[in-house]
Every structure is written in C-alpha cells, then in structure tokens.
Design a protein. Structure first.
Length: 193
C-alpha cells in the first residue's frame, strides 16, 4: 500500500472506530425502554382566531382557524408551562354537532421560552363543543443528548370550548377517567430477535 493510501486510510478507520464506540456507548447508556404515566390539565383562550360558516353537503359548518394560548399544569415538569396550539382547522357540523379539530401544539418554559414539547393533535368534536382526541409529540430535553434517548408523549385528551373559544381540558385521566391515558415513552429494545 502506498504512503498516500495509508495516510488516507488511517483517518477513515479512526472515524469508523469512533462511530462504533458512540453506538456502543448509546446502547450501554441505559437506552432500554421506559414508560411514564403522565397527566395534566390545560386551559387556553383565542389569540388570533377566525371563524366562518360554510355550507356543506349535509348542512352548515363552523370552521375555526387560528392560534390559542394558555397553560398546562402537570406534576411532570416536562409537561408544565405555557401552552400554545393552532386550529388547522376545526370543522363542526352545525346540524349534528359532530366534527373534527386538528392542529399543532407546543409547551414552553414560562421563564426561558424554551420549547419543552412540540407535536400535533387530532380530535373528534361531539355536541358542538366537546373534543376527544389524541396528541403525539416529541419531548425536548433540557440538554442535547443522543437521538436514541428521545422521549415522546402519547396522550389521549378531552376538552370543551365555550362560545368565546375558551378551552379547558385534561390528559392522562386527571379525574380518574381511564379512557384518557397518557404516557411519555423513551428507549428501544436492542439486540436481535
């Protein structure tokens, strides 16, 4: 092997060895699966929201689009803070009271404005103002860590909104409702099956 090829091969081999060492460290760093039951309550009010009525095939619909903001309270500090979500849109039949409500949401630290949670939600609307839905989000750590240690929120939730679009809700069965479980999960199984 020529001196030039050997000079190029040494850094490549060293980089591959370093990458393998990082992967082993991640595997040994306790990236085993973990699931934490979580719960909390939230409130929000309109910040910049528009509403309109449109005619559907089966009657009139209310369309709601825009941004709402408030707070989330949870015993789990990862999930407490300033709460913001968007209606992209909510579309509710004025005849049946049934509809859908979808959008993105985030939870931020009220002191630093650092995003702690960011994700999306999808809900079914009943009785014109009750939502029953599911949220999926990434929990953003205080300090950067290996991607393999990422945490995710999986949350069933329910909420209501009034005529002024003020929202109150819960996730994780805070009132003992077993139909709204929520968890933060991290890790993965390793090795071959």
């Amino acid at each position: 092997m020529s001196q030039r090829k050997l000079t190029l091969a040494i850094p490549v081999v060293a980089a591959l060895a370093a990458l393998a060492a990082v992967e082993i460290a991640i595997a040994e760093s306790g990236n085993r699966p973990r699931t934490d039951a979580v719960m909390g309550t939230f409130t929000a009010s309109p910040v910049r929201v528009s509403q309109r009525i449109c005619e559907g095939q089966d009657g009139p619909y209310l369309e709601i689009r825009g941004k709402l903001a408030g707070t989330v309270v949870s015993a789990d500090s990862r999930l407490s803070g300033d709460f913001e979500f968007t209606s992209e849109p909510a579309l509710i039949s004025q005849t049946t009271g049934l509809g859908t409500f979808t959008g993105h949401f985030s939870i931020s630290d009220p002191l630093t404005s650092r995003k702690k949670v960011q994700g999306e939600f999808h809900a079914v609307v009943t009785e014109g103002s009750n939502t029953h839905g599911f949220a999926l989000a990434k929990v953003i750590p205080d300090a950067p860590g290996p991607p393999a240690n990422a945490e995710f929120l999986f949350a069933n939730f329910k909420s209501t909104f009034d005529a002024a679009l003020n929202v109150t809700g819960e996730f994780g069965g805070t009132t003992g409702d077993a139909r709204t479980p929520a968890v933060v999960q991290a890790g993965a199984c390793s090795g071959s099956q």
